[in-house]
Design a protein. Structure first.
Length: 270
């Protein structure tokens, strides 16, 4: 018997739950695990947004819990990204002035991780919450999801992404750029989920976006992400004491890097 459209989404959701749990259990490389867990949560939320028509109260409640789980890892991920961005500038620019802040940011990153693990040893509480979310997902009436409903959800995501792009082009603000990036990323994840679902269910039509289009979405998301990484670095540098900041030269290099990232984004956007 052929798998239904909703059944295909349920399989994908189950896979993501298992991948998130494995990532949170990664003791060899905690930062890589945190990164993978956050990616998995984003994918899971994108899959859930394709699942129509579900009881709104149930899907909204699960989505809120997933968002809360992701936010609980945000500070850890942000500290790691700030450290990595400082290290990348040290390699690409004048290494000497970036050495002290990069070392200081590494300690900030490691201290944040130690504090998180002291509060939630081995991320046991987070994994328990994920287990409860997984049970709630399995209880959803996935059989109600039709291919037409999935296509409508995808179209809505495409319209929202286009509106965000238009808004960001009209007013180049941090908030609008960040929203555009989030919606671009969700659209890419949903296109990927639809392609995977179509491979499992004959009822799901693959949107059949060419690989070139998917690569363009990825490049744009990455370009916007680079700007976000530089903003994170700026915020984390501001929290360091003056001995670690070497303000004048670092501010200049950071401004130049931000300008380069903005130009790269503008070129991709056309």
């Amino acid at each position: 018997m052929a798998i239904t459209p909703g059944g295909a989404l349920a399989v994908l959701a189950g896979r993501e739950c298992r991948a998130i749990d494995r990532a949170l259990a990664n003791t060899r490389n905690r930062h890589a695990g945190i990164h993978r867990a956050r990616k998995g949560i984003r994918s899971l939320r994108a899959i859930l947004a394709l699942a129509e028509p579900m009881p709104d109260h149930a899907t909204r409640r699960i989505d809120r819990r997933l968002r809360k789980l992701a936010r609980g890892l945000s500070a850890l991920r942000d500290a790691f990204v700030a450290m990595q961005t400082a290290q990348s500038l040290a390699v690409g620019g004048s290494a000497a002035p970036w050495h002290a802040p990069a070392v200081a940011l590494e300690e900030v990153c490691n201290q944040a991780l130690r504090s998180a693990l002291a509060t939630d040893p081995d991320f046991a509480a987070r994994r328990s919450e994920l287990g409860r979310i997984r049970q709630a997902l399995s209880a959803l009436p996935w059989e109600r999801v039709s291919p037409q409903a999935m296509a409508r959800a995808l179209k809505r995501s495409q319209r929202r992404t286009k509106r965000s792009e238009d808004d960001a082009r009209r007013r180049d603000t941090v908030g609008l750029l960040h929203r555009w990036r989030r919606r671009l990323r969700r659209l890419r994840l949903q296109l990927d989920a639809m392609a995977k679902a179509s491979a499992m269910s004959p009822y799901v039509v693959d949107p059949a976006h060419p690989r070139r289009h998917m690569r363009e979405l990825k490049r744009m998301t990455d370009a916007l992400g680079r700007q976000q990484d530089l903003r994170l670095l700026r915020r984390h540098l501001a929290r360091l004491d003056a001995d670690h900041r070497s303000p004048a030269q670092l501010r200049l290099e950071l401004r130049n890097a931000t300008a380069d990232a903005a130009r790269a984004t503008a070129e991709l956007a056309g």
